[in-house]
Design a protein around this ligand. Structure first.
Ligand SMILES: Cc1cc2nc3c(=O)[nH]c(=O)nc-3n(C[C@H](O)[C@H](O)[C@H](O)COP(=O)(O)O)c2cc1C
Length: 197
């Protein structure tokens, strides 16, 4: 079944030669080749302010420059986040983007005024894949660092707003990658895209 897929490129560097952009392009090619509907949000090309207060988060409208991205998130059935590991987690620009769009009214709802209770997740029914490139070997990130930088994103952001399952694809030792491995990675991304997962 064709799916509506959103690719969020979370690399702050808009340079087209970045590995993350090549991985995103391969995934998109594979997905389109099988008839999936693919949209791309490239966070490096968005102009938006840092969110600074609870008041902005809870009560102010989303910045106009992020309205298309927020709609793309609502429209998607599957969201693929692609970013480099920076200081053990996602780059600050991607976190700033998520702080803006994963806000009340878009991603979750507070209990009605005067009522106790939990928040309601508004993005249920969507799945995600988190694709991360890193300088260290990926097994080291999983075993020594326990994958914390991605687990936080999965549980505190994506699962919180109802997005599950969240699958992970890690590419390690990327700065010294051979041409053959790079080609294999791009083929892997193309296959993931084709399967819509
Ligand atoms: C600011 C910064 C912080 C980084 N922190 C880490 C890190 O904590 N762990 C790691 O394995 N690699 C780290 N790296 C290496 C990047 O993950 C790596 O260069 C990137 O995944 C390469 O992908 P790209 O070509 O798409 O940029 C860091 C790189 C930068 C620029």
């Amino acid at each position: 079944m064709p799916r509506r897929i959103l690719i969020v490129i979370g690399h702050p560097d808009p340079e087209p030669s970045r590995l993350c952009r090549a991985l995103a392009a391969s995934y998109a090619d594979g997905a389109r080749s099988k008839g999936h509907d693919v949209r791309v949000v490239d966070v490096a090309n968005l102009d938006f302010p840092m969110l600074r207060t609870m008041e902005e988060f809870s009560n102010r409208p989303l910045p106009l420059t992020l309205e298309d991205a927020a709609q793309a998130i609502r429209d998607a059935e599957h969201i693929v986040f692609i970013f480099p590991l920076w200081l053990g987690t996602m780059p600050a620009l991607l976190k700033a983007f998520l702080e803006q769009v994963m806000r009340p009214g878009i991603a979750f709802a507070y209990p009605e005024a005067g009522r106790d209770g939990f928040t309601t997740s508004l993005l249920r029914g969507r799945s995600a894949r988190v694709v991360v490139t890193m300088g260290m070997p990926s097994f080291l990130f999983r075993l020594w660092y326990l994958g914390h930088g991605i687990a936080g994103m999965r549980r505190n952001i994506l699962n919180f707003v109802g997005i599950r399952p969240v699958r992970e694809t890690l590419f390690g030792m990327v700065d010294a990658v051979s041409d053959a491995s790079r080609k294999r990675w791009l083929e892997r991304m193309r296959a993931l895209g084709a399967s819509g997962s």
